[in-house]
Design a protein around this ligand. Sequence first.
Ligand SMILES: [Zn+2]
Length: 343
Amino acid sequence: MLKAHGFSIKDIGGLPTAFIATYGKGRPHIALLAEYDALEGIGHACGHHLIAATSVLAGIGIARALRPSNGKLSVIGCPAEETIGAKALLVKKGLFRDVDAAMMIHPSDKTEIVKLSLSLSRLGITFNGVSSHASANPWKGRSALAGMLSLFQAVDTNRITMADGNRINGIIKQGGAAANVIPNTTEAEFFIRAADIGSHNALLKRFSTMVRGTAGAFGLGYAIKHKGNVYYPLKPNFAFARVFETQLKKMRIKVDNFFTDKELGSSDIGNVSHAVPTLHPTLAISDAPCPAHSEAFKKQANTPGAYRTIKTGAALLALTAIDLYKSRILLSELKKDHYIKYS
Ligand SMILES: [Zn+2]
């Protein structure tokens, strides 16, 4: 579709479903991000199909209004937001090196212009012990499950003295095979989150100590495996947010919050926001409360009303981009805001 509208498309090495579609040349260079991945087991319960369509439609709209010599526009296909955090790789590959501003809209049950997000590390924890007959000679074994249960206990009791915004959540993926065998191996997955990178690294260190400590207490071997990329917390850009707010006002769209640091998840757009000025507002697709990653949100994201927000969102993104192409002053305000430290 983008090709048919004059964009040239390039693959991004190493990521088979990522792409970059570009139009025009020079600066400013504005990037629209298109996510499209679904959630394992539930499907499009985060509305990424709406994000993809919104960014593509906005791209086509901007390309029609932009003279190729007035700047460059990219629509970047960003896979795997829910699994490995592919945007972190795109940043590392230098895809944003000449980008002046990046944006996308996420569907939600509220319209919020600046919604913070937390850092995220996904960890696989394995404990290795010794199996034995659970009744005949349990003393010959070392239970990897006992260690794992104790680790969950350690996390829960440590929670009392954790900093605000810290989150540790885990599940046991493998707890043993039979109740008459002392389990010699167990595996868990933990998500570690924090409000800023400093707290994130401190929490990772604290958690590793808990893993090491419980393994030691039960005579077990252990392994900590980092899965995917570390997601950075969102670095907000208030100058960018104000440009977007102007468009919402023009289109008479009700804003629930200009800024919120409540009910936060994580997104790899955080990594983009540390590289370049980034806008990641949410647009309501429902009047009633309807949290993402639920069956209800999946249903809501597949209604005519939700599909209408593709057009609204695309218009909002396109008008925001056009303001930035037209005004170098606005663009320099975004850059100034980007270099102010916020954590
Ligand atoms: Zn999402």
